[in-house]
Design a protein around this ligand. Structure first.
Ligand SMILES: [Zn+2]
Ligand SMILES: [Zn+2]
Length: 260
């Protein structure tokens, strides 16, 4: 059994809680220690269960809260060498760093955390799948496009966390300067609603129970539109679709059998 919750998602801070009955990890932490504690408690979780932090890449919205959290709870932090070399100085000294290469699998407390390279404008960015008790959670966020490697890694997921960052039309007519627009829509930027849908359509299967759309831009997207498009992309299967937000955690999602 595996449960997970987006404690927050968006350009001001991302954090994903994933846990088995006796072991919890955080993937990225762009939130303050106080917010992680409050939001984990709201989701029915205690920080005492947290055993490790995994980082996808060095952008502030994914690492700004990692230093304080790791020091306060004395947690190991897993990341690639490129991410470590480019961490913002403000993260400070980490109590224990575990460096891995993109593609490595880390076994931790009954969880299998598998990393894979993604196309994003960071030094050595990765994403992850997390498997435990015969169920699989796949993450596709902070990437400009989903390569065939990404699709292969995510195949068979029972839950998918998918970036539905922007509506291309809203981005084009929005307030961002052309250079930033170019960065967002580029091959190493962020996935649009259309990109999310084309990935979802390729990965949908009868056992895909939950989809959570994440990193939804507050300036260049409309949550109702992102939802409606994703709903259409997985219309042939009975998948639940949820939207993660910046200011509040999602519900806690349970995958697999709940022990009697
Ligand atoms: Zn990023
Ligand atoms: Zn990000």
């Amino acid at each position: 059994m595996l449960r997970f919750c987006l404690l927050g998602s968006g350009s001001s801070g991302n954090a994903l809680w994933a846990a088995t009955p006796d072991y919890a990890i955080l993937i990225d932490n762009g939130l303050s220690f106080r917010q992680v504690k409050l939001r984990a408690a709201a989701a029915g979780e205690s920080l005492d269960a947290l055993r490790a932090v995994f980082i996808t890449h060095e952008h502030g919205d994914h690492v700004n809260g990692v230093g304080t959290l790791a020091r306060s709870l004395n947690l190991p932090v897993y990341m690639t060498a490129g991410t470590l070399e480019n961490l913002p100085r403000t993260v400070g000294k980490l109590p224990r760093v575990e460096v891995f290469e993109a593609g490595e699998v880390i076994e931790a407390g009954g969880m299998r955390v598998a990393s894979f390279s993604v196309a994003h404008d960071a030094a050595d960015p990765v994403s992850y799948t997390v498997e435990a008790g015969g169920v699989k959670l796949g993450i596709a966020a902070d990437l400009g496009h989903a390569s065939s490697v990404v699709r292969t890694k995510l195949r068979g997921s029972n839950a998918l966390i998918v970036e539905s960052n922007h509506c291309p039309e809203m981005l084009r007519h929005g307030k961002y300067p052309p250079a930033i627009q170019q960065r967002i829509r580029g091959w190493h930027g962020h996935m649009s609603n259309q990109d999310a849908c084309s990935l979802l359509a390729k990965l949908a299967h009868a056992q895909l129970d939950i989809v959570v759309l994440v990193h939804i831009s507050e300036s260049n997207n409309c949550p109702d539109l992102a939802y409606a498009m994703a709903r259409q992309a997985v219309r042939h299967v009975s998948t639940e679709i949820h939207l993660a937000t910046q200011d509040a955690p999602t519900p806690m999602f349970n995958l697999g059998r709940i022990p009697a």
